[in-house]
Design a protein around this ligand. Structure first.
Ligand code: HEM
Length: 192
């Protein structure tokens, strides 16, 4: 009796192990997950003690960015500021630098439009385009996923402006400056 129940349990676990370790693709995915968890845990350990000492950067004024302008904010500049675009919106994610800073698990997104990578759950450089990406080939599930990521970023980070399409002119936000920075301060407070 007990032998057969052991067999059932053993059978399940050995099947699971065979499934996980038997295919090179599953092994690679397991490896990537393990690596990301390791990176997130180790960045948490190293960034926490210094976080209190580091002064927060002054908020950026509301403005729109071309892809090229966005790339200057990859966390490697003097200020260390990091911007990321998601679904046409540019966010200041500097406070999430343990994720997006140099060496962080999602460092490849810094200064880039991360929409395609987030939509396709990919950490490959191929999903970060050098040209403007209109995402028109993504399916409805992937577009839904981009919108969910956009909501998540809106809740957590400060919205700075739009990602400009080729030839699109930046908006003039001088009149709305006070209102805009007020809103952004509130969003920042809420997410802190
Ligand atoms: C496959 C294994 C993966 C694991 C185990 C994993 C794990 C995690 C964990 C634990 C967090 C939350 C960290 C925290 O709040 O302290 C996180 C956040 C995040 N992950 Fe992953 N992740 C994986 C894959 C991916 C992929 C493929 C992408 C993108 C294509 C991605 C993008 C993100 C982003 C953008 C955040 C949010 C960071 C923020 O709050 O700004 N992850 N991940």
């Amino acid at each position: 009796m007990s032998d057969s129940s052991n067999e059932v349990g053993g059978g399940f676990f050995s099947k699971l192990a065979a499934e996980l370790f038997g295919s090179p693709l599953n092994l690679a995915l397991l490896g990537i997950c393990g690596f990301l968890i390791y990176k997130i845990i180790s960045s948490r350990r190293t960034s926490e003690p210094s976080a209190a000492k580091e002064p927060e950067l002054p908020p950026l004024k509301k403005q729109d960015f071309t892809l090229e302008q966005l790339r200057e904010y990859d966390g490697k500049g003097k200020e260390g500021r990091i911007l990321i675009a998601v679904n046409g919106k540019v966010f200041d994610v500097t406070k999430g630098k343990r994720f997006y800073g140099p060496g962080g698990p999602y460092g490849l997104f810094s200064g880039r439009d991360a929409s395609r990578a987030l939509a396709t759950f990919s950490l490959s450089e191929d999903s970060l385009r050098d040209e403007y990406d209109d995402l028109s080939d993504l399916n409805s599930m992937q577009m839904e996923s981009v919108r969910e990521w956009e909501m998540q970023f809106t809740e957590k980070y400060v919205y700075i402006g739009k990602l400009l399409k080729p030839g699109e002119q930046p908006a003039d936000y001088t009149d709305t400056e006070d209102e805009g920075s007020d809103e952004r301060r509130q969003a920042d407070k809420k997410s802190n």
